[in-house]
Design a protein around this ligand. Structure first.
Ligand code: ZN
Length: 490
């Protein structure tokens, strides 16, 4: 099932500690026989954190107050010493308050609960992580790019005297936040409620052949029949990895996978299940990735196939491509050497291989047997397309897709001559207006239609607030609004 791995110091954390592992629940677990060491430590810490902030305090526990403070620290960027000073002041003014006395002690509490994250420096060009055997490197091993954004002058001057101090004042160029997966998975079973939710797909799901849950779908079922041992333990977890823009596996050189996916598949982790009061070996598989549109070109039997005029002048007669099974993709990529980082020069590629990268997931023993390895996030794609259409219709600089590049493409394909760029002189090129170009007045009418649209209650957020009449722009709408704009308004 899909889970939110990025469980940070947000509302979920607060809610989880309070509702899922509330004081009663914790007291109930003390003395249970099935408890392992990890679980008892966790319950003990939650119990400590669950103490009231001050005697008689009902609203805040020690832990929930600290979490709120940590949130403020993140949002407003308090320094660590500022945070410690604030704690000291609170303790001085309210002597009965039950709080640790420094930032490091507060952080330690959260860390012991296994809910913190690690910061790992990365090359700004995405070639590599400075981790773990590269942890001490100062420059990217591939292009020599500095690991630091700014090397402060002061730090430079100090560096001869005190290297340790100097490195503390440098700002890393790129930071990856890594949420340890194993502890997060274990924590999910420490609450009876959570644990029930984790097995909902097996115990409570309606199985009438309709598609409602990923478990109703072919890919899930085919994995179950191929790996019956994995499927037999209903508490095993199927992961979905959602990626947007940043793909730690596609562009980072990680010879050892960041998340211990291989180990979680082959060995598993000892996990205490609060619902059944026993420990079991929890295994996980990566079921699929969810990403945005990677550029699938042709849909079979589409009317555009015979549309010569709008495309390259030919009728498309080829049948739709066969769906490649994972094993076939793997075969085509046998021996493929990945070249990480953004290429410094734009390279259209000379080899016959259609791919630019070999996914690290092929190292997972089951990945090539996985039927649906990738999913597309349709709402996200629709939002992107809506952005592009509005940008093009309203001819918003930098946003319109009817730009010089597009016109040069038409020229290269030799179609739509009247839209080809025209040379004015040696330096300047002009592009003519398109049939859909609007004058100022027309743009205003267009915007006012969106602005004044009356929508059924709850169908979309207030789109009118996203219309900037003066600039004749539309921005700041959410993906659901984009769906509404595309499907109904346009
Ligand atoms: Zn690099």
């Amino acid at each position: 099932m899909d889970i939110n791995i990025g469980l940070g110091l947000g509302d979920e954390f607060d809610a989880m500690i309070h509702n899922a592992y509330g004081t009663n629940d914790v007291t109930d677990h003390v003395g249970r026989i099935g408890l392992n060491d990890d679980a008892s430590k966790f319950y003990r810490l939650v119990k400590e954190g669950g103490q009231p902030l001050y005697p008689e305090c009902k609203k805040f526990s020690r832990l929930s107050f600290l979490v709120r403070l940590c949130q403020l620290k993140c949002i407003h960027g308090f320094s660590e010493s500022g945070f410690s000073d604030l704690l000291e002041l609170i303790k001085e003014v309210f002597p009965h308050v039950n709080l640790p006395s420094s930032f490091s002690a507060a952080k330690g509490m959260i860390k012991d609960l296994g809910l913190d994250y690690q910061k790992i420096h990365a090359c700004p060009n995405n070639c590599m992580l400075f981790w773990p055997e590269n942890e001490r490197l100062e420059n990217c091993a591939k292009y020599g790019t500095s690991r630091w954004r700014v090397v402060e002058k002061k730090a430079k001057a100090r560096s001869d005297a005190n290297i340790e101090l100097a490195s503390n004042s440098k700002i890393p160029a790129k930071v990856m936040r890594y949420f340890p997966l194993k502890t997060r998975l274990q924590r999910m079973f420490l609450s009876s409620d959570f644990s029930s939710s984790m097995t909902w797909h097996a115990l409570s799901r309606k199985k009438d052949g309709r598609l409602r849950h990923p478990a109703d779908e072919k890919g899930w079922k085919s994995m179950d029949s191929k790996y019956p041992k994995f499927a037999a333990e209903m508490r095993n977890v199927r992961l979905g990895l959602a990626v947007d823009d940043f793909n730690p596996y596609g562009s980072m050189n990680i010879s050892h996978s960041t998340w211990p996916l291989k180990e979680l598949w082959a060995v598993g982790i000892e996990t205490y299940d609060a619902r059944l009061d026993n420990t079991f070996k929890l295994h996980t598989s990566l079921l699929w990735m969810i990403s945005d549109f990677p550029g699938y070109g042709i849909l079979s039997d589409h009317k555009w196939r015979s549309d010569r005029r709008r495309f390259n002048g030919d009728v498309e007669m080829l049948s739709c491509p066969d769906i490649l099974r994972g094993a076939e993709v793997e075969e085509l990529l046998r021996g493929y050497e990945n070249d990480f980082g953004k290429p410094l020069k734009r390279n259209r590629g000379t080899s016959d291989c259609p791919w630019k990268k070999k996914s690290i997931f092929f190292e997972l023993p089951y990945w090539s047997n996985n039927m649906v390895r990738h999913n597309l996030d349709v709402m996200h794609i629709e939002k992107n397309i809506c952005d592009k259409i509005l940008g093009t219709l309203l001819n918003i600089g930098g946003k319109t897709k009817d730009n010089l590049n597009a016109r040069q493409d038409l020229e290269e394909m030799g179609i739509k001559k009247d839209l080809h760029p025209v040379k004015c002189d040696d330096k300047h090129v002009q592009i003519s207006a398109s049939s859909f170009d609007m004058i100022k007045k027309e743009k205003e009418i267009f915007c006012s239609v969106l602005m004044n649209a009356k929508l059924p209650y709850g169908s979309a957020s207030n789109i009118s607030r996203c219309v900037q009449m003066k600039e004749r722009k539309i921005s700041g709408y959410k993906s659901h609004d984009a769906h509404f704009i595309l499907q109904f308004l346009l």
